[in-house]
Design a protein around this ligand. Structure first.
Ligand code: G
Ligand code: G
Ligand code: NA
Ligand code: MN
Length: 253
């Protein structure tokens, strides 16, 4: 298949890039961190996002290779940030497939340390892509990462695979409300009650709640009222390259 073949070459040539999307503390309207998101400028198909990339990678048996590369590029990029960004947290993604690899905690910690980016400013997001088959193994991995000084987030909560079983079993610092759920909050009372329940449950467990995919002031206002502490979404910014991020942080605070 064409895309999978091209992706193999792109990996060989080091063409996989990341963009950084701001995460905003709602109470102060300040940018406290960013999530690194994979991008590839395909010569014909244009800019491809993580979803398309990982789907192609999985078909080509390159899921782990792509995930490894994106983590490396994200860490190297953030380690080279200008001083004005030196207070920001960085979130990187790991997949269920990563979590199932024996020795992955040590591998990832080595990767982090050799990048020079401090563990204390790093959050590891475990994404929906793929079912976590062994929750006890995943829990052990996340514990090791937290013990080593990183924080841990469950991504895409409320749709896909991220479920109550994950919330019960995994040691976590952050819960990220899936974009669909964030956006539905302005729809019906019913949608709002569901989001309220998720936020209450997360906060009762001591987690910090991040809403993803926030696009309008109305969505933000309702999420804030329900107790959501951080947001990510086009209302603040799309995923950005470092120079644009630095400019935004200078303007926005
Ligand atoms: O960037 P885009 O909107 O296409 O991202 C789609 C999905 O891919 C998101 O759910 C995101 O969490 C996931 N994703 C983004 N970057 C990475 C990555 O580096 N590794 C993995 N495994 N998933 C990622
Ligand atoms: O949930 P996940 O991590 O898969 O989502 C990240 C993807 O969503 C990124 O590819 C990013 O470009 C996209 N994204 C980020 N903010 C918004 C937003 O406010 N609205 C929409 N529709 N997509 C967004
Ligand atoms: Na994510
Ligand atoms: Mn997500």
């Amino acid at each position: 298949e064409r895309l999978a073949e091209d992706l193999r070459k792109a990996l060989d040539r080091g063409e996989i890039e990341v963009r950084f999307q701001p995460q905003v503390a709602i109470a102060t309207n300040s940018i406290s961190g960013v999530e690194a998101l994979a991008r590839w400028r395909h010569p014909q198909f244009g800019e491809l996002g993580a979803e398309t990339l990982f789907a192609a990678a999985d078909r080509a048996g390159l899921g782990i290779a792509l995930s490894d590369r994106v983590q490396q590029v994200a860490l190297a990029g953030a380690a080279a940030w200008p001083k004005a960004l030196s207070k920001l947290r960085l979130s990187i993604n790991i997949t269920a497939e990563d979590a199932a690899r024996p020795g992955f905690a040590d591998l990832l910690l080595d990767r982090i340390d050799s990048s020079g980016f401090p563990r204390s400013r790093l959050t590891i997001e475990i994404t929906e892509s793929g079912l976590i088959e062994d929750l006890a193994d995943a829990a052990r991995l996340l514990s090791e990462l937290r013990y080593a000084g990183c924080r841990v987030a469950i991504d895409d909560f409320g749709t896909g695979y991220s479920s109550l079983a994950y919330l019960k079993a995994l040691p976590l610092d952050y819960l990220k409300i899936d974009r669909q759920l964030s956006q539905d909050i302005t729809g019906s009372t019913r949608d709002r009650v569901v989001v309220r329940g998720v936020i209450d449950m997360a906060r009762s467990l001591g987690l910090t709640v991040i809403a993803e995919g926030v696009e309008t002031p109305e969505q933000l206002e309702l999420l804030a009222k329900e107790g959501c502490q951080l947001y990510q979404g086009f209302l603040c910014a799309e995923p950005l390259e470092t120079p644009a991020l630095a400019e935004l942080v200078a303007r926005h605070g």
